[in-house]
Design a binder for this molecule. Sequence first.
Ligand code: UDP
Length: 238
Amino acid sequence: MAEPVYRRVVIKLSGEYLAGPHSFGIDQPTVDRIADDLIAVQKLGVEVAVVVGGGNMVRGVDVSSQGVSRSTGDTMGMLATVMNCLALEAAIQRKGTPAQALSAFVMPEVCKLFTRAAAHKSLAKGRIVVLGGGTGNPYFTTDTTAVLRAAEIGAQAVLKATNVDGVYSADPKKDPAAKRFDRLTHSQAIEGGYKVMDATAFALARETSLPIIVFSIAEPGSIGAILQGEGRGTIVAG
Ligand code: UDP
């Protein structure tokens, strides 16, 4: 078995993915499958922190178009990420692997607050860390959160799990001529305006010299394959 390329990573999981075949909410079989994948990665000897999105429930921009202020809408979105976070933490724990949810917000009855020290401690104890609440600030995304947390906890890479096998010049589901990239620099990713991740996330990754690997999570075991250098994805790096 190939040695993992990285020893500590942040995996970005979109909320949409947690809805499984549905357009809203949490699909438990999907959460269970992801929990299995994460546990398998941890067994490779990789320290894993997961940043969970909230798009399966609330996106700030969507609710703000219906009359709620953008800041309030974004706060609702961040709270949605905490719910996803709890679902994933519970699924991992049910399978007998320790997990720790950490939130960007103080909510002591719900889970612990994210601090770098709390994250380091949990990872050192062999827990899979599940990060909710985004950055804790409106106008950001959980993609940017993933890069921020990776920089804060000294992760060596961000793994952006999506439903496509890398970065494309256009949406490959709509445009058959879309070109797939094996490798891009952070600057090329920003200049290209590729929709897979927002420019703030790429800019922070450039600033902090963090590689981002964009890959498809559709196949069980795909996170482990990427970490063993065997999977298919686009590497965005300096
Ligand atoms: N959000 C935010 N600040 C953050 C992270 C997220 O305001 O630092 C809000 C924002 O409204 C966003 C929602 O939470 O639309 C859900 O996050 P995201 O859209 O990144 O989730 P995903 O698309 O990955 O499921």
